[in-house]
Design a binder for this molecule. Structure first.
Ligand SMILES: C[S@@+](CC[C@H](N)C(=O)[O-])C[C@H]1O[C@@H](n2cnc3c(N)ncnc32)[C@H](O)[C@@H]1O
Length: 216
């Protein structure tokens, strides 16, 4: 059965639903041209990508400024931005180094009025350019250890930063590996969409051997 946003406990306005529908049809139109993985049906686009992305917004409704790393075709960052617009505030910075995908993201933001900006740069550059945020998201980008390397500069600048990473069935191995180099508090949320997937919520991230923020 296809999971909808209301199955996730997310009740959005008619206007926001319209923006999500607009985004879905743009995504389907552009997918082949810019080499995005196009879901085989409209239902699977809604469940496997839109509802899957919306889960993180549900986990962190108080986060107002997000950075989405490796946004690709807009998951989860554009969905977060559209859902934030339902609340009338908040912002998402989308970091995507592929210029064709960044071009699509720009069109999608223009046509949906989502509260976000596209940065067609590498994450390593964004670490210097984008100074602060409350939360970081990433899906299908890298293993957990590499995601922590990406997130570390923002965690250093904001001790209350939280990260939300979608992960598939190998997540326990990734956590083990990352624990060898990093301290972090972790909550594992079972995905409401995929039986063997999770969303990892991390806080208090610091490299082993590095003093906690504020420590002498
Ligand atoms: C597999 S796709 C996932 C896209 C999207 N997050 C999703 O779940 O559908 C990974 C994306 O990250 C981008 N990417 C990979 N490494 C990057 C880097 N160092 N800086 C910026 N973007 C990067 C790629 O161009 C690609 O679009």
């Amino acid at each position: 059965m296809t999971k909808t946003l209301s199955d996730l406990g997310l009740n959005v306005s008619r206007e926001t639903l319209g923006k999500l529908e607009r985004f879905a049809s743009l995504f389907q139109k552009w997918a082949r041209a810019i080499n995005l993985v196009a879901p085989s049906t409209k239902e699977s686009l809604w469940e496997r990508h839109i509802a899957d992305s919306a889960q993180i917004f549900k986990l962190a409704p108080e986060s107002k400024h997000w950075i989405d790393l490796g946004s690709g075709g807009g998951f989860p960052g554009v969905i977060t931005a559209i859902l934030l617009s339902d609340q009338g505030d908040g912002w998402v910075d989308l970091v995507e180094s592929n210029h064709k995908k960044a071009g699509f993201l720009r069109v999608a933001l223009n046509e949906t009025g989502a509260r976000a900006a596209v940065h067609p740069i590498r994450i390593e550059e964004a670490q210097k350019k984008l100074v602060n945020c409350d939360a970081i998201s990433a899906r299908a980008l890298a293993d957990l250890d590499q995601l922590l390397v990406f997130a570390a500069p923002w965690a250093e600048r904001n001790p209350s930063l939280r990260c939300y990473f979608h992960k598939g069935r190998d997540y326990l191995g990734e956590i083990d590996k990352a624990r060898g180099r990093w301290h972090f508090d972790l909550v594992i949320h079972q995905s409401a969409i995929e039986a063997d997937s999770v969303i990892l919520e991390l806080a208090n991230i610091r490299r082993i051997g590095q003093p906690a923020s504020g420590a002498e």
